[in-house]
Design a protein around this ligand. Structure first.
Ligand code: APR
Ligand code: PHB
Length: 392
């Protein structure tokens, strides 16, 4: 099989890149190790920056997003039992975020891929990248015991943090940075009306809590727990009581509980691979960087990678120009590191992380919140990072 760009991974990064390239006449093959159902079954965040929504619209797949997504122009930070509204729109001259589940995005992306008759090979096993440092890279994989070979000009590694692409870069060429947090987020999805029309991030002495939503009848809640907590320690009733204990009184009283339809614990990690290009391999999305979910930047930082990489590849095939591809790592990382900073900052602001510094970090956090909630300049900085910094 031969194609122009072989994309590893059919997550949001891989399929959005494939769609943008297709609309510019660039041929792609997408290799995904799991089934479509498995990919669609993942429950992920649902706060979208304008930049991501514009990319989806530019790819011709923004219709359902615009019809069913909820525009949010603010959210609450609850601290010491008081809810402080962060007026995103007022602080950023009208910018907002869109609430639309990543599962829905995956549906829309798969649907678009089917509509253009794209080659998406699911259950591709033992994917391996070859000759990535030459002008003639290729990818091999197996399926039902048979070996397959894809010749291509470029490989886009959109296969997430645990994917094969980053691991295909020689260790001596890899420059990575990582910070692992001692907590994870226990997340619950429930078919219950959300406790509030807008998100509530709560910093409570018992720990962090987040009240989010997927629609007006599906709620999404999180509390932080020690990272190695077994899920069975959190039956629904225990979860609901703990969540209520971390919320302001009015929210706790308004909370509608119900059976969880999904429950999982995700570790918090900050990670960046500065080597986002090696020869004909380009990393994008979670394959290149991970953020703690606090600032909802995972998908939104993948968006700017896809923006820069798609433009670089399209320029190459349209005119042979390589400037965009050469500039990709610098442009992508400039925005990725700002998302890493913001996600780290918001995580430190809202979690009671166990630090062995005699309470110094806790007093710093109190000062940070006191300054933030009483300074328009600080609130503006929070708001412009939350709605999303410009791509370039
Ligand atoms: N071969 C083929 N496919 C692979 C391989 C492999 N060796 N390893 C991983 N994959 C697939 C995964 O099954 C997954 O479907 O690559 C895809 C990567 O998708 P994501 O992990 O969702 O990463 P990305 O597309 O960059 O999207 C980032 O998704 O994980 C969330 O929080 C993250 O919101 C962010 C967004
Ligand atoms: C979610 O709805 O899953 C969500 C929202 C905001 C975040 C993280 C997750 O910061």
């Amino acid at each position: 099989m031969k194609t122009q760009v072989c994309i590893i991974g059919a997550g949001p990064s891989g399929l959005l890149l494939a769609q943008l390239l297709h609309r510019a006449g660039v041929d792609t093959v997408v290799l995904e190790r799991h089934t479509r159902e498995h990919v669609l079954g993942r429950i992920r965040a649902g706060v979208l920056e304008t930049g991501f929504c514009d990319l989806m619209r530019g790819a011709g797949i923004g219709a359902r997003l615009d019809k069913e997504g909820q525009v949010h122009d603010g959210f609450d930070i609850a601290y010491r039992g008081v809810r402080h509204r962060i007026d995103l729109s007022g602080l950023t001259g009208g910018h907002t975020v869109m609430i639309y589940g990543q599962t829905e995005i995956q549906h829309d992306l798969f649907e678009a891929r089917d509509a253009m008759d794209g080659v998406t090979i699911t259950e591709a096993k033992n994917v391996q990248l070859h000759d990535i440092d030459r002008d003639t890279p290729h990818v091999t994989y197996t399926m039902d015991g048979e070996n397959f070979h894809v010749d291509c000009d470029f490989i886009a590694g959109c296969d997430g943090y645990h994917g094969v692409s980053r691991q295909s870069i020689p260790t001596e060429a890899l420059v990575t940075y990582e910070k692992v947090y001692p907590v994870g987020w226990l997340g619950v999805l429930a078919d219950t009306p959300p406790v509030s029309d807008e998100l509530i991030y709560s910093n409570h002495e018992r720990g962090f809590a987040l009240c989010s939503l997927r629609s007006d009848h599906v709620s999404r809640y999180y509390i932080d727990v020690p990272v190695d907590t077994p899920l069975q320690e959190w039956p629904d009733d225990v979860f609901w009581e703990e969540l209520k204990s971390r919320l302001p009184k009015d929210a706790a009283a308004a909370l509608v509980t119900g059976p969880s339809t999904e429950k999982s614990i995700a570790p918090l990690r900050s990670f960046v691979c500065d080597t986002m290009n090696y020869g004909r391999l380009f990393l994008a999305g979670d394959a290149g960087h991970i953020v703690p979910p606090t600032g909802a930047k995972g998908l939104n930082s993948a968006a700017s990678d896809i923006y820069f990489l798609s433009r670089g590849l399209i320029d190459y095939y349209k005119s042979g120009a390589e400037d965009g591809l050469k500039a990709y790592p610098v442009k992508a990382l400039a925005r990725v590191w700002k998302a890493e900073r913001f996600s780290w900052w918001m995580t430190q602001l809202l979690h009671r992380l166990p630090e062995n510094d005699g309470g110094f970090s806790l007093r710093l956090q109190e000062a940070e919140l006191d300054y933030l909630l009483n300074s328009k300049a600080a609130l503006t900085s929070l708001a412009e990072n939350y709605v999303g910094l410009p791509f370039e």
